[in-house]
Design a protein around this ligand. Structure first.
Ligand SMILES: [Zn+2]
Length: 152
C-alpha cells in the first residue's frame, strides 16, 4: 500500500490562478489544520498548520499538478499509527518511521529532521504566505466530520 506523500514547500506564493474555485476548510471545530481545496475536484491544494510557523505549507504529492521536482526520497514516514492496516505500508528502507508523536522522544527525534525544513528562510519572502492567502478566501468552512469515521 503506497502511503500518501506529504510535500512541504516554502510558504511564498507568487501567483494564484483559479482562486474562485478555492475554499478553506477545517475538518472539525477547533481543527489545527486549515486545508485549501479545489471546489471542482476537491483536490487538496495546500494545508496550513500552526507547527509550520507560516514558513512552509504542505500538499499531497499527486493531488495536483506542480512545477516542483517532487521525486526526492522522503525524509520520514509519520503517523503510521493512524493506518487501519500498517502491516502493508510500504516505507522505503532508510526512511525514519514515526508511529505517532505521543512520546517526547519521538517529538525530539522528529524535530532533528524537520528543524531545517520548517525554519524561516534567510531570504525574505517575495510573495504571499498560504496563511495570508487563506485570509483572502473568506470564512473557513467547518465540515464537522466525525473523527475516525470512514467516508467511502
Ligand atoms: Zn480541481
Amino acid at each position: 500500500m503506497a502511503l500518501p506523500e506529504l510535500i512541504y514547500v516554502r510558504s511564498d506564493i507568487l501567483a494564484v490562478t483559479g482562486k474562485k474555485f478555492m475554499q478553506a476548510f477545517h475538518l472539525r471545530e477547533g481543527a489545527k489544520s486549515t486545508r485549501v481545496y479545489c471546489t471542482l475536484c476537491f483536490s487538496v491544494l495546500g494545508v496550513d498548520h500552526p507547527s509550520y510557523r507560516n514558513n512552509v505549507f504542505m500538499f499531497f504529492k499527486n493531488h495536483c499538478q506542480t512545477h516542483f521536482n517532487v521525486s526526492q526520497q522522503p525524509a520520514a514516514a509519520i503517523y503510521l499509527n493512524e493506518l487501519t492496516d500498517f502491516s502493508k505500508a510500504e516505507v522505503p528502507l532508510g526512511v525514519p518511521v514515526f508511529h505517532s508523536f505521543h512520546f517526547p522522544q519521538e517529538q525530539a527525534r522528529f524535530r532533528k529532521i524537520v528543524t531545517h525544513t520548517f525554519k524561516q528562510s534567510q531570504v525574505g519572502a517575495v510573495g504571499q504566505s498560504l496563511q495570508d492567502f487563506i485570509k483572502t478566501l473568506g470564512p473557513v468552512k467547518v465540515l464537522n466530520l466525525t473523527k475516525g469515521k470512514q467516508l467511502l
